[in-house]
Design a protein around this ligand. Structure first.
Ligand code: LLP
Length: 420
């Protein structure tokens, strides 16, 4: 469910015609619906009504300050994986006590930053990290609140690049290792054990992997209790999938039923880290057709957005629907939608039955709110595009399009090469 709809054949975001946004911001641009963002956050959080919970939005899905601020105002916490995301979270107004920090490679300066700010919990992914955390906390005169991220060896049945809960993945600590880790944590002076954590993958479209993972975690919680180690929080990660094409992921209420059912009998405070399910369908990437070209084997719709703006199709062969901004009665075509970048892997859609969009016309690449702009790069020295948020009949450019000056900011030519 989202708020991108046609009115008299023309695409609107809420009450704003997409064309009006393009007049102000140019193309390509990301376009976000405030109503969809709000609705998805509420729907997700309400699904867990009655539970003691903190919905820590997973910043990596979309780190725009306006989006972070919106979820902060709605009572959310934040899931971060870097010092940069911590910085953004604080800049958006989150209090550190609502922030959980995951990641296999936390660096000393990032750990120190998070300790100084006093975050809710470090989701620790190795014994070496646990020891380093203890050392850094001692040096800074702090106590580090931790959960161990458990790798339950569950197959989330998603793209291999985004499955994280299998033994062969780099994430978390296996169940036996975690028991050892908790025992060790008890002996470390500047560590306070607060919880347990897992995150098994992303774009998961069934409930069973979540249930299986939690079963394993709850088993551990019980064993720890028998050993006298009492936890306060259980962080179940993110991962709930969305509809890009013809998937049928569980609804948030169904997902919640699975989670809550698996947690029966424990009295832990629930932490959730949803990303995609909140922002994915709340955003589109608007692009303009530059050229049409018919090759011997294929037809191409060449647009001004590229893999540097939205890498998901190139990286995961991910499907994103492509809609015309103005509907026509023309016969459909079969084509590749490609960008200007000098790689054959630069496509937004492959072999797609689609609208017969002509030079100069606008297209909307749908479901681009998650892992769209946040994975964008400056490859081929392409300035990153503008981001715009719509609310009702108003819109605001929440990130300006980068300029050529932005592209070379911070670079300098050394004297041994010679000034210009
Ligand atoms: N928590 C942790 C520790 C994570 O690593 C992730 C995502 C999430 C929460 C949020 O997961 P979500 O609810 O969004 O599925 N770039 C890929 C997705 C990578 C996900 C990485 N971790 C994509 O475009 O599909």
């Amino acid at each position: 469910m989202h708020h991108f709809n046609y009115r008299n054949g023309e695409l609107f975001c809420e009450d704003v015609p997409v064309k009006a946004v393009v007049e102000a911001s140019g193309t390509p641009c990301y376009l976000y619906s405030h109503a969809t963002l709000t609705r998805h956050f509420q729907e997700f959080s309400n699904a867990f009504q009655g539970m003691d919970r903190l919905v820590c939005y997973s910043a990596k899905a979309n780190t725009n300050l306006a989006i972070l601020r919106l979820f902060e105002k709605m009572g959310g916490g934040l899931d971060i994986v870097s010092g940069g995301e911590l910085y953004r979270g604080l800049a958006a107004g989150f209090s550190a006590e609502c922030i959980v920090y995951s990641g296999v490679g936390k660096m000393v300066d990032e750990i120190d930053f998070a300790l100084e700010e006093g975050i809710l919990m470090f989701n620790v992914e190795s014994i070496e990290e646990l020891k380093l955390l203890n050392e850094r906390a001692k040096t800074l005169g702090k106590t580090a609140p931790v959960a161990l991220r458990v790798n339950p060896d569950v197959d989330p049945k998603t793209h291999p690049y985004i499955s994280t809960g299998l033994n062969k993945n780099k994430f978390g600590i296996d169940t036996e290792g975690a028991m050892e880790g908790y025992r060790l944590a008890q002996t470390l002076s500047n560590i306070r054990v607060r919880g347990i954590d897992c995150h098994i993958g992303s774009q998961i479209t069934e409930s069973t992997p979540f249930k299986d993972a939690l079963k394993s975690l709850v088993g551990l919680v019980r064993k720890l209790k028998d050993m006298g180690i009492l936890l306060e929080h259980i962080d179940v990660g993110g991962g709930l999938g969305i509809i890009y094409d013809d998937e049928s992921p569980p609804l948030p209420v169904e997902y919640a039923r699975a989670i809550v059912g698996a947690l029966k009998g424990t009295s832990l405070k629930l932490i959730l880290e949803p990303g995609r399910v909140i922002v994915g369908n709340a955003g589109t990437l608007i692009t303009r057709v530059l050229y049409r070209k018919k090759g011997k084997a294929k037809e191409f719709v060449i647009v001004d957005a590229a893999m540097n703006d939205l890498i998901r199709p190139s990286l995961y062969h991910a499907y994103h629907a492509v809609w015309p901004v103005v509907r026509t009665r023309r016969k459909k075509i079969r084509a590749d939608v490609v960008g200007p970048i000098c790689e054959s892997g630069d496509f937004l859609a492959e072999d797609r039955e689609m609208t017969d969009a002509k030079k100069g016309e606008l297209l909307a690449v749908m479901s681009a709110g998650a892992y769209g702009f946040s994975m964008a790069s400056n490859y081929c020295s392409r300035p990153r595009v503008a981001e715009v948020m719509v609310k009702g009949d108003r819109f605001h450019i929440v990130r300006a399009r980068e300029t050529y000056e932005d592209l070379i900011r911070g670079e300098s030519i050394p004297a041994f090469i010679g000034a210009q």
